[in-house]
Design a protein around this ligand. Sequence first.
Ligand SMILES: Cc1cc2nc3c(=O)[nH]c(=O)nc-3n(C[C@H](O)[C@H](O)[C@H](O)COP(=O)(O)OP(=O)(O)OC[C@H]3O[C@@H](n4cnc5c(N)ncnc54)[C@H](O)[C@@H]3O)c2cc1C
Length: 305
Amino acid sequence: MEAISKNFFLYLSNNKVLDRLAKRFGTRFGADKIVGGETFSQAIPLIKQLNHDGLQVTVDHLGEFVDSEAESRKRSQECIETIQAIAHHQLNSEISLKLTSLGLDLNKELVMENMERISQEAERHDITVTIDMEDSSRCGETLEIYKALKEKYHNLGTVIQAYLYRSNEDVDELHAYDPYLRLVKGAYKESGKVAFADKPEVDANLKRLIKKNLLNGHYTAIASHDDAIINFTKELVKEHGISTDQFEFQMLYGMRNQTQYDLLKEGYKVRVYMPYGDDWYGYFMRRLAERPANIAFAIKGIFSK
Ligand SMILES: Cc1cc2nc3c(=O)[nH]c(=O)nc-3n(C[C@H](O)[C@H](O)[C@H](O)COP(=O)(O)OP(=O)(O)OC[C@H]3O[C@@H](n4cnc5c(N)ncnc54)[C@H](O)[C@@H]3O)c2cc1C
């Protein structure tokens, strides 16, 4: 049943007609519970409230692939303006972005040019930029770009996915770059040739990666809603005397809100990943696919309007 509903929502996530309809009706039918708004301005009061409560934020302008150089430059300009708005409004927020939105599939020089501009602006305002990790076919190139930029810019993070076989080696290689790594299980549909298919293997690998990156002395974001992973981290840092300044928990906006506040109360740093933008439809459907229980609040959203 779970597999059927997962495939159903993944199928819907690619439906262009529903995507167009979604853009027309906006996020009010439930998506506003997990998306910060259709514009960054709409997200600002929400970020202020989260900051006021003690939660830190990373914002992500939704939208992945671009078809032209002009579009990729427009995307990078939007990132720059978001960084400027974060600084202007004195928000406690970083930004997350996807390299495909900056032209990764078009040409590598273009991405580097866009990332240079974004990184310079981020450095000027002391705001961290995290490069999200996309599907495995883009992992190698994404890490090469990260390493090249990390030689020049300090405030840069990226993501390692525990489901990939290569991730242990990647964390070893990144050691020399003093990386800021967000460690996740991985969200894309991958083949058994490159990724663990079994959930227990993914979970065990995520624990190994968390331990390795923390013991290597690097700043680590543990991005998971899974109590087993969160409790593992708590035990590990206690055992090794790792300071709360060296790591943070990250969760998606609207997911496990109570847990976010509980962790804060226990003295941990918690960051909320808040997507925004009018391209919210695919993101919303992928979250429904990931956890059918999320459908409950979507339905509640529809009937409460
Ligand atoms: C901040 C952040 C950034 C991310 N960035 C990336 C990225 O760049 N690239 C990428 O591939 N993936 C990314 N992901 C997604 C990630 O890879 C996983 O697909 C996603 O987080 C689901 O895995 P999980 O560890 O949260 O728990 P799961 O393995 O989905 O769930 C494990 C258990 O956790 C509990 N649980 C999970 N969700 C909930 C919930 N909403 N409410 C209550 N209990 C719950 C349940 O008990 C569940 O059985 C990101 C995730 C987060 C949180």
